[in-house]
Design a protein around this ligand. Structure first.
Ligand SMILES: *Cc1c(COP(=O)(O)O)cnc(C)c1O
Length: 349
């Protein structure tokens, strides 16, 4: 398929769009009118189409329901100041989805198919892209194994689906997090770098336990020693230590976040010291105790920049007093300015 090949569209009879600006919409609960779907059979993606949003037809023995061959992506379309729509870093998301698919032994989605599908779906749903600051259209591509066969095997059939939904901010308050040293999200050699559903399934119990203790999220540590900070639930994690922006290095068990890359690039360009290095439990304890670290935040497409105001390390709780001009706010501001075209994007994102 060429990037511009028209995809057949079956339109809804009546749009559910009501004209509100989605400023206070609940995340994930309001899909747009249409969705994209394509199927993989006999070694090829086929039958791409855009249809009214609706339920899937799936056999109860479809492989995705049993053995977890399920991969997704999350990207956003922003309303720009000139009224146009910016689908942010679509190529990087496309590449990452193929890396996730490869790890899960699923067929890659060719770049033109992915790009074309996202573009045409967003074009059709353009009225759903909100304009209020901080809002966006969240786009969720998804590939699932659909072959109806209960054997433990790699599926021969798949469905590629894209849905979209308008959203406001994901977290509306500063986060309280707990450094997790019992459970693990991902081990070396595992699937931590893939955006696969199973990673989330395994993270829910420890996260829920932390929620019950009053935390919003956990900060995962490495699976072997529980000593090095990895990332948070749906976000990569950053600290400002001695004026430098510090984040754990990618090593196979951390998700290679697009937002992570964007924030590091923006920080470097504005002359800030950027360090991708191991951050041990001890280092962090020291940095908080001495006051060398005065900022901690999560970064991800859904949540953007999410300030962390409290970190629990063992039996000690550190409160972070974030000042109004803090680096994370400046980065967030710059990120939003690039999303909306208020600031020129020299990177072609
Ligand atoms: C998606 C995701 C992130 C953030 O990645 P972005 O590309 O910035 O959205 C971080 N961690 C995990 C586990 C994720 O699934």
């Amino acid at each position: 398929m060429e990037t511009s090949t028209p995809i057949p569209v079956t339109r809804v009879a009546k749009s559910r769009l009501t004209g509100q600006d989605f400023g206070d919409i609940v995340f994930g609960a309001n899909p747009t009118d249409h969705m994209f779907t394509a199927t993989y059979r006999q070694g090829a993606w086929q039958d791409p189409r855009i249809v009214p949003f609706g339920n899937l037809t799936l056999s109860p023995i479809a492989l995705c329901l049993h053995y977890g061959q399920t991969v997704f992506e999350g990207l956003k379309a922003y309303r720009m100041v000139d009224g146009n729509i910016n689908i942010f870093r679509i190529h990087r998301h496309q590449t990452r989805m193929n890396q996730s698919l490869q790890r899960m032994a699923m067929p890659r989605v060719p770049q033109p198919l992915f790009i074309n599908a996202v573009h045409q779906l967003v074009a059709l749903e353009q009225s759903w892209v909100p304009a209020k600051p901080g809002t966006s259209l969240y786009i969720r591509p998804l590939v699932i194994a659909t072959e109806p066969r209960l054997g433990v095997k790699v599926s021969d059939e798949y469905q590629f689906i894209i849905v979209a939904m308008p959203m406001a901010s994901y977290y509306t308050k500063n986060l309280k997090v707990k450094v997790e040293t019992v459970f693990s999200r991902a081990a070396e050699g595992g699937t931590g770098a893939a955006k696969c559903a199973g990673n989330y399934g395994a993270a829910f119990y420890p996260t829920k336990t932390a929620n019950d203790q009053g935390f919003d999220q956990v900060l995962w540590t490495d699976a072997k020693y529980h000593e090095f900070i990895a990332e948070s639930g749906t976000m990569n994690v950053f600290f400002v230590i001695d004026g430098a922006l510090v984040t754990p290095p990618l090593g196979g068990s951390i998700l290679d976040g697009v937002t992570r890359d964007t924030l590091l690039t923006l920080a470097k360009a504005s002359g800030i010291d950027v360090e991708e290095r191991q951050i041990s439990y001890k280092t962090l304890e020291e940095a908080f105790r001495s006051g060398e670290s005065d900022q901690a935040f999560g970064g991800g497409t859904a949540a953007m920049v999410s300030p962390i105001e409290m970190v629990e390390l063992g039996d000690h709780t550190y409160l972070i007093n974030i000042t109004p001009g803090a680096l994370m706010y400046r980065l967030n501001h710059e990120l939003q300015a690039i999303h909306t075209g208020a600031k020129k994007d020299p990177y072609n994102w």
